[in-house]
Design a protein around this ligand. Structure first.
Ligand SMILES: [Zn+2]
Length: 431
């Protein structure tokens, strides 16, 4: 049993429903077998358990661990390929690198760097777009299990348009997906996600095969891309005889409460209504949308339709693993949208980076805030003494101001400790 002493900021209730940031100044969290069993003032917790080990995190701010709902493991080495729209970027940056995952040694090197990137960013849960190669997925899941981070991922499948080396058949996709799901779903903190790359590269038969995997192995997740780029949307509609992009997935039973669609920059109202009716979520990836010039995310329309939205870094189109940066960019985007934007507070940004992600991944009863009953997934933000963030926090007028400064100035350098289920992941010394 361990008691963590800290100032804790979290968002157990949604700011989109009017809730405020929850501030716990100098509180004690008693953690037993990875689960928070008591949350009270530190003085009260210490009085009740005077002999327990105390980890002192008062020199900094403790937040719930970040939840990244869209990030590609094979794209670590193509981060920073700027200056191209989506389809050119795929052809020239992403897909050539994804072909290299056919080599298990390459996949292992990239998987190690990728998981390190998540850990250093304070990401404790991630829905990860995998590789097109089943052997690379075994390599990735092996590394992911050892990392102790909560990882949901799966084999990426496609049967048209992409380079030949990335294509498969619906039959082979079904077989390999079921095999991988049976081997890894529910092992440690791992889960499996059925993952057609996008409807542009997955025809009716491939999407039907994906639907059959979901039917035959209960409890799996589903993830893919939707409505990212206008040219892509037009091509999908043409390939599916005018069907809207979201319906191409829904037609095969792929949308439910464990389904996360990345981007959705250009949705029709009917698609938002459909997603809401299925309880599916959208992964908003602000730096990716900006880098590829995909567009300004219509967050207000999602909220008005009741579609839940969380954050994704979308590495490698996104520009890094840090969800503080994604939160800040999400804020910028809504400002740039003017009247169509939804003005965001720091509490909204924290919610999008933590609790909303947990809910969108059907993990809301386990993680996403630091309440009693949740597993202790946490990130300790402790800037170097005297640096601008440290001085900003010291002189902040209230806890919302502290949090705004963390989103404005915080980087992975300020992540001084990361825990998943009470296990300490970071190399940095604690307390
Ligand atoms: Zn993506």
């Amino acid at each position: 049993m361990t008691i963590y002493r800290a100032t804790v900021l979290d968002t157990p209730q949604s700011p989109f429903d009017g809730a405020r940031l929850r501030t716990g100044t100098d509180i004690g969290l008693r953690v037993l077998e990875g689960v928070i069993t008591l949350r009270d003032s530190y003085a009260a917790v210490a009085r009740e358990y005077p002999d327990e080990q105390v980890i002192d995190l008062t020199d900094g701010i403790l937040l719930p661990g970040f939840v990244d709902t869209h990030v590609h493991f094979p794209q670590l080495r193509v981060i920073g390929a700027l200056g191209m729209p989506l389809l050119d970027w795929l052809d020239r940056a992403a897909l050539p690198e994804e072909l290299r995952m056919a080599d298990d040694d390459q996949a292992a090197a990239v998987a190690g760097g990728f998981l390190r990137g998540l850990r250093e960013a304070g990401t404790t849960t991630a829905l990860v777009f995998g590789s097109h190669f089943a052997s690379a997925m075994d390599v990735f899941f092996t590394h992911a299990r050892a990392s102790r981070i909560r990882i949901i991922s799966g084999l990426v499948v496609s049967d048209r348009i992409l380079p030949d080396g990335l294509l498969t058949t619906p039959e082979r996709a079904y077989e390999q997906s079921v095999e991988l799901a049976k081997r890894w779903h529910g092992v440690g903190r791992l889960h499996y996600a059925v993952t057609p790359r996008f409807s542009l590269s997955a025809g009716e038969e491939m999407l039907a095969a994906c639907g059959k995997v979901m039917q035959d192995v209960p409890g799996l997740y589903f993830t893919s891309h939707v409505n990212e780029n206008k040219r892509e949307v037009e091509e999908v509609e043409e390939l599916f005889g005018g069907l809207d992009y979201t319906s191409t997935y829904d037609a095969h039973g792929l949308l439910g409460p464990r389904s996360v669609l990345a981007h959705d920059v250009h949705p029709k109202d009917a698609e938002l209504a459909l997603m809401a009716s299925r309880g599916s979520s959208v992964a908003h990836c602000p730096t990716s949308n900006a880098a590829l010039g995909s567009g300004l995310f219509p967050l207000k329309r999602h909220v008005e339709h009741g579609v839940s939205v969380a954050l994704g870094s979308d590495v490698g189109a996104g520009s890094g693993y840090c969800l503080l940066k994604e939160g800040l960019q999400a804020y910028f985007m809504q400002q740039l949208l003017g009247d169509a934007g939804l003005p965001l507070t720091a509490a909204h940004l924290l919610y999008l980076a933590t609790r909303a992600g947990a809910l969108s991944l059907d993990l809301g009863d386990r993680v996403g805030d630091l309440s009693v009953g949740r597993e202790f997934d946490a990130v300790w933000i402790r800037p170097a003494h005297g640096d601008p963030l440290d001085m900003g926090i010291e002189h902040a007028k209230d806890s919302d101001d502290v949090l705004a400064k963390i989103f404005a100035l915080g980087t992975t350098d300020d992540v001084a400790g990361v825990w998943v289920g009470g296990e300490h992941l970071s190399q940095t010394s604690v307390g």
